[in-house]
Design a protein around this ligand. Sequence first.
Ligand code: S3P
Length: 177
Amino acid sequence: MDSGSCCNNIVLIGFMGSGKSSVGAALARSLSRVLLDCDTLIEQTQSLRIAEIFAKEGEAGFRQKERALAEWLARNVRNAVIATGGGLPIFYENIQNLGVVVYLKADFDTIHARLSHEERAKRPLFADASKARALYEQRAQIYAARAHHTIDTNDTKGGVQGIATAIVACLESKGIV
Ligand code: S3P
């Protein structure tokens, strides 16, 4: 398995609402790195919200943009924290080209309870909770298989910073940071 050491990025993957963006921000602060959030970059580049891209171009149009961004990041970005969208490591099989991949694992019920109605509305693939649960079940093993490391985020007593600290400890123990 590629160790992801090529470009020294730390790449957060996981289902929608698993905390990739908020944990990514805390992790970037802890390690004095830049955070690149894939969904935000796509929204800024297109001047459209994710839900608008899905409505205008369908999921296929969104996946094309997401893949193009991932390929660009793999070629150009070093030493960053990258927060991916939940589908990126599913549709972009070479996710490990981006760096060390860390899976933020949480149960579907935990994720569902964490996301407000407003947060769900931003995510077209979360519009229907039973379809989102089925998607989660399809994807869970793929996330685990494509990650170098898995961090359980069900217990959030330490908050977002606690999860970031657990990631730093895991990566330090492997000599990665
Ligand atoms: C998606 C996850 C979303 C966003 C898009 C599709 C997915 O990002 O990229 O709505 O397929 O899981 P978050 O994981 O940040 O919600």
